[in-house]
Design a protein around this ligand. Structure first.
Ligand SMILES: Cc1ncc(COP(=O)(O)O)c(C=O)c1O
Length: 391
């Protein structure tokens, strides 16, 4: 196998998502003084790499080495994350009268969700910058991923999760040696507890409050393009909590356009939330550029979608508007039904968040928002095997 050593990162600087102000790329950073995420930027014009060069590389997200922010290969903390399969769902496509319906199955990542990507990147960069302890508020999957990658890196993980999270997530974290706290309420209450317990040697890896989980998540966009032979689907449907994956996929497409590896038009991006916690959908319906905090997020079987206030709300909404996408909710009843429908028709046991996408797609097709000739991709973000307690 070719080593990664010869591929140098083109990582240039960090930039405030709102003002464009530049931040030092090689010191510990959180978010900008405008209270906005920091985005990693690259010298994309300097690349010598071509899509053909990727062929010989390892089948992990690290194959996009030049476009990732880690300076030295020896700081990479990896369990083989990424390059998850694209699985067609022909029976369900036929049922909806769609040209193509495909799932990108993120359940096959090392910790059973797409969170492996973001936390592998955040922990790698934290290690590169000398951090020893990472703390996180989580709906479950991100905590498990942080705990695993910290264990692998010889670092300490501190995890705060809602007390309604399935027990498997707590056990998983404990096996990995993390310190776990159960907090009544939502991920927002977990964030408040983390703040109250704050220790000076902790590094906070909350969604978009450090710049690099996004860089891990963006590799989904690179893969969607590469696995489709640099042809993109017409529509991508994404279960939106904090929205890092949606923002990341959209960021990847902008970078690939700049590299000249893809051509437009880009896919229309669709954000799916639950009826009981829909701050992004509500903002989208009002054509707003910012979301309001959801005052009373209802419990749900899709733990990852119970996010009352997304720190990256402006970036999520921007991607939806720029892509001419949409946003919609699904009910708890629909999600439960959706899990069984996809499993019995296609042999795929999607997480509740993934099953929500199937129901949302059916609704968009019924409304005529999706045309029969369109190719639609659903991002199944997690594994149903972790959620059995919920159903
Ligand atoms: C399975 C699953 N899907 C979706 C989400 C929401 O992810 P994002 O923050 O990228 O919107 C989460 C977050 O916890 C999750 O665990």
């Amino acid at each position: 196998m070719e080593t990664l050593q010869i591929h140098k990162t083109l990582y240039a600087h960090l930039e405030c998502a709102k003002s464009g102000e530049v931040y030092n790329p090689d010191t510990i950073q959180t978010y900008s003084r405008h209270h906005q995420p920091l985005l990693a930027r690259y010298h994309l014009k300097d690349t010598q790499t071509t899509p053909d060069d990727l062929r010989q590389r390892p089948l992990t997200m690290w194959r996009y080495r030049e476009f990732l922010p880690i300076r030295s290969d020896r700081h990479i903390v990896s369990l083989g994350e990424g390059m998850t399969p694209l699985v067609p769902m022909p029976r369900l496509a036929e049922r909806l009268g769609l040209a193509d319906l495909t799932v990108k199955d993120e359940a096959l990542n090392p910790t059973g969700s797409f969170k492996s990507r973001g936390l592998a990147m955040a922990v790698s960069k934290a290690r590169e910058l000398g951090v020893e302890t990472c703390a996180i508020p989580t709906a479950g999957n991100a905590g498990g991923a942080l705990a695993a990658y910290c264990a692998r890196a010889g670092m300490q993980a501190i995890v705060y999760m809602p007390d309604a999270t399935p027990d498997i997530f707590r056990k998983e974290c404990q096996f990995f040696g993390a310190r776990v706290h159960f907090v009544p309420g939502t991920i927002a209450d977990c964030a408040a507890r983390l703040k109250a317990d704050w220790q000076d040697d902790w590094f906070d890896v909350s969604t978009l409050k450090e710049p690099f989980r996004l860089e891990g998540k963006k590799t989904m966009g690179y893969e969607i393009a590469e696995q489709g032979n640099w042809q993109l689907p017409d529509v991508i449907v994404y279960p939106t909590g904090g929205g890092t994956g949606l923002i990341g996929i959209w960021k990847a497409f902008q970078e690939l356009l700049e590299l000249g590896w893809i051509k437009g038009p880009l896919p229309r991006m669709v954000a799916v939330q639950t009826e009981g916690c829909d701050p992004i959908v509500a903002a989208f319906r009002q054509k707003a550029t910012q979301a309001r905090v959801h005052p009373d997020p209802a419990p749900t079987i899709a733990n990852g979608l119970r996010v009352p206030n997304a720190f990256g709300d402006m970036l999520i909404l921007k991607a939806l508007y720029e892509s001419q996408g949409t946003a919609l909710t699904v009910s708890e009843k629909d999600m439960r039904e959706g899990i069984g429908e996809v499993a019995s028709k296609e042999g795929l046991l999607l997480a509740p968040e993934g099953a929500a996408l199937w129901k949302a797609t059916a609704a968009l097709r019924a409304q005529g928002w999706l045309r029969p000739d369109e190719r639609v991709m659903l991002i199944n973000t997690g594994s149903m095997y972790k959620y059995m307690e919920n159903v």
